[in-house]
Design a binder for this molecule. Structure first.
Ligand SMILES: *Cc1c(COP(=O)(O)O)cnc(C)c1O
Length: 234
């Protein structure tokens, strides 16, 4: 059994240290615990040591897990690839979606969001490294998508998300930071053009320090909190 108290304390300490060395205000970066492939009991254990925001990648897994934890006051963030025929459960179960990368998905999420739940918070996923087979909108197509999504009635555009390409062996700190700096630049550009946003979802177990240094407001951490994932499921 994993010692969730210790894991949570370790990751929180890394986050606070990263804020300090980057001159960021203490507590300005939110920790999103990514529980994909881990059972509801593990999420519950982490919730009991004070973790409140959780990320999930797979619709079917989330549909099983989230109701089992309904007695806890948790915030659920969808961070996985989205098939347009799976938008309804996402629009119903989650408070945030970080992985919107096309108009059709945004439009469906807005249409299917139950009004009584209030707006669904959205980050647009950007393919910052320009990888061919990867989800995320290409930077050159970001502006028209952001402008359109910002006008959808049941969504609130909050910011941008990215998963950089894996680093080459022996890459240094500055190559780790480059994609995050590029996402931050896109974020600032959209804000200058009048899109109101406050969130940069970037950084994972291995690179959260680099992301915080470049302005992350939310880091998505799986392995460092839950241990390694079950490869049979993922
Ligand atoms: C799995 C996942 C994470 C967490 O990755 P770790 O390296 O385990 O911290 C973060 N973001 C997304 C989109 C993921 O799919």
């Amino acid at each position: 059994m994993i010692d969730f108290t210790a894991k949570h304390a370790e990751v929180t300490a890394r986050l606070r240290a990263a804020e300090r060395v980057s001159g960021r205000a203490e507590g300005s970066v939110q920790l999103l615990a990514v529980g994909k492939t881990h059972p509801a009991e593990s999420v519950r254990a982490l919730a009991l040591v004070g973790q409140r925001c959780f990320g999930e990648n797979y619709v079917q897994e989330a549909q099983e897990k989230i109701p089992m934890l309904a007695d806890l006051d948790l915030a659920w963030h969808f961070i996985g690839p989205i098939q347009s025929n799976k938008t309804r459960p996402i629009a119903t179960l989650f408070q945030w979606v970080h992985s919107v990368d096309r108009w059709k998905v945004a439009q469906r999420l807005s249409e299917q969001r139950p009004v009584e739940l209030g707006v669904l918070n959205i980050c647009l996923e950007v393919n910052i490294s320009g990888e061919a087979a990867k989800s995320g909108v290409m930077p050159m197509n970001l502006w028209p998508l952001a402008e359109a999504v910002a006008r959808l009635p049941n969504l609130r555009l909050r910011g941008l998300m990215t998963i950089p390409a894996p680093l080459a062996e022996g890459a240094d700190e500055s190559s780790a930071r480059a994609p995050f700096r590029a996402l931050r630049a896109l974020f600032e550009d959209l804000r200058r053009r009048g899109i109101e946003m406050d969130s940069l979802s970037m950084g994972m177990s291995d690179d959260l320090e680099a992301a915080v240094a470049e302005g992350a407001t939310m880091v998505r951490v799986g392995t460092a909190l839950f241990g390694s994932r079950n490869p049979k499921i993922l």
